[in-house]
Design a protein around this ligand. Sequence first.
Ligand SMILES: Cc1cc2nc3c(=O)[nH]c(=O)nc-3n(C[C@H](O)[C@H](O)[C@H](O)COP(=O)(O)O)c2cc1C
Length: 163
Amino acid sequence: MSLPTVRQSVLKRLVIIYHSKTGNTRAMIDAVIDGAKDPQLNDVDVHVLTAAEAQPEDLLSADGLILGTPENFGYMSGALKDFFDRSFYEVEGRLPPLPYATVINAGNDGSGAIRSIERIANGYPLVQVQEAIIGHGPPDQETLDRCKELGGALAAGLELGVY
Ligand SMILES: Cc1cc2nc3c(=O)[nH]c(=O)nc-3n(C[C@H](O)[C@H](O)[C@H](O)COP(=O)(O)O)c2cc1C
């Protein structure tokens, strides 16, 4: 006698942590959230936090991570750096390689912010699964569309077990 097949729903958690002082990064993150909350993706819980709110446990509970920050003084924002400072020892050795992607908003090319995140990410370990998206000031529609795609891709990748 064959047993009935039971589809097991395993909810995956996509954690989004961002800082935005004047709203440009937040606009990009809103588009990321929009993509990640695609109604066709039923098995992904999207959890959005500012960098100031985020706690080490938010990393430990994550299956995937999206970070958003302006470039400040050639680096990620102080708020996001503070989150890394507050969470490293707490998660060290306890975090399986966590798939992540980044959205940056910058007056210039944003490369300093990207580099600063990539260096720190290695130590956690966070594994970059999509190229960073860089917006400049109030994001144009193309940038927002790419952010939406990014959110959808990360969420779909988690739901499908690609990551
Ligand atoms: C204190 C400070 C430092 C900044 N440093 C840089 C920088 O080094 N490179 C850059 O491209 N933009 C720099 N900017 C510009 C911001 O990255 C830019 O205004 C961005 O759109 C802000 O994003 P937000 O609206 O999400 O806060 C700086 C802005 C501030 C307030």
